[in-house]
Design a protein around this ligand. Structure first.
Ligand code: TRP
Length: 341
């Protein structure tokens, strides 16, 4: 064999940067997992991924300090339990990296009051928390823009509810680049192939949510197997007794989506598998595959949350990496805007 030239392999092609964040809310539903985090896990080999717990964002809603602290640590442990691998990805706690707040201030001065006023999430949240319409709730999308732009992000996996914020991020980046010269990569939304929207088991016309007053409507990824199976058995369906994916069959469509996400089977395969069988069999099958799929996550979580030392080591190292990478952008920004360095 001829010897290969080392120079050709020495410079590997740079992988596109992927950034997404998750708020520390205490629990993660099956919907959050299948709709977001599982895709993040799958992207780790092909992309340069950055996944923080965005604790600063959660201050926009009033928080109980003790609960928040434990939610942040649990959320971090949960990310790792789901398969976010700190050897492959940068994972950290947002407030550990000062640059997020600093860039957020700078970008806030390049964002118009009018454009923030148009954010539908701001309107929804201020209606919901009418007693606490704080300035942070209003400028939340600017902090999100700072998160993304700090890392010269190429792709942002987001659900539909965050698309407007990503559009704003792009507008702000383009405006800044035009004004000061090229500074930020303009990111694209990444809608994963299997970007499933998981609906409530109790009312399949509503998105699955942990704030559902009916606990049978949602599965959390730490639910024990018997709870999961019981909730699926009670899932609302229709009276047709036919496992087919079709308009008007919201309950069955949702169960088929979940089953397909977890097993990788197509809708046609699922339809064939349950041809002639009743909904009871199908619901049990969905419950069982979900329970099996979540079992290792539950076990990982128990192991990780008992090892605070390890968790601390991981989030410290993650913050160092994030600090280093984001400082490059920050230096560039300071120079461009005319600050003295
Ligand atoms: N706003 C996002 C949410 O509530 C969380 C988030 C914060 C985020 N910063 C981000 C998502 C940056 C993607 C990229 O779900």
């Amino acid at each position: 064999m001829q010897e290969t030239q080392p120079a050709a392999t020495a410079v590997p092609a740079k992988k596109p940067v992927v950034f997404s964040g998750i708020q520390p809310t205490g629990t993660m539903t099956l919907g959050n997992y299948l709709g977001a985090v599982r895709n993040w896990v799958q992207m780790q080999d092909d992309y340069d991924c950055i996944y923080p717990i965005v604790d600063m964002h959660s201050l926009t809603i009033r928080q109980e300090p003790k609960v928040l602290r434990s939610n942040i640590l649990n959320a971090f442990a949960l990310l790792l339990a789901c398969g976010i691998d700190p050897q492959k990805s940068v994972t950290f706690i947002q407030s550990h990296v000062d640059n997020h707040a600093v860039l957020s201030w700078v970008l806030g001065c390049s964002t118009q009051f009018g454009e923030l006023s148009r954010m539908t999430q701001f309107k929804d949240k201020s209606a919901k928390h009418a007693d606490n319409i704080n300035a942070g709730l209003f400028t939340y999308p600017v902090l999100m823009a700072a998160d993304i732009l700090l890392y010269q992000t190429d792709l942002v996996p987001v659900g539909v509810d965050q698309k407007q914020h990503l559009e704003l991020t792009r507008d702000v980046a383009i405006r800044f680049n035009n004004l000061y010269g090229n500074t930020f990569k303009v990111p694209e939304a990444y809608i994963p192939k299997a970007g499933a929207k998981i609906m409530s088991l109790a009312d399949p016309t509503k998105k699955m949510s942990k704030s559902d007053e009916n606990p049978n409507g949602f599965i959390t990824i730490l639910d024990p197997a018997d709870t999961i199976i019981r909730k699926f058995k009670r899932a609302v369906t229709d009276s047709e007794a036919q496992v087919v994916y079709r308009e008007g069959k919201d309950g069955i469509n949702n169960l088929m989506t979940i089953y397909s996400c977890v097993t990788g089977k197509t809708m046609e395969e699922i339809q064939r598998e349950f041809d002639g069988k009743g909904y009871g069999d199908f619901k049990l099958a969905v419950g069982e595959v979900v329970a099996d799929h979540l079992k290792p996550i539950r076990e990982n979580f128990a192991r990780l949350s008992a090892d605070k030392g390890y968790l601390e080591e991981v989030y410290r190292r993650g913050a160092q990496q994030a600090q280093q990478r984001s400082s490059r952008t920050m230096e560039k920004v300071f120079r461009k805007i005319g600050f003295v360095r």
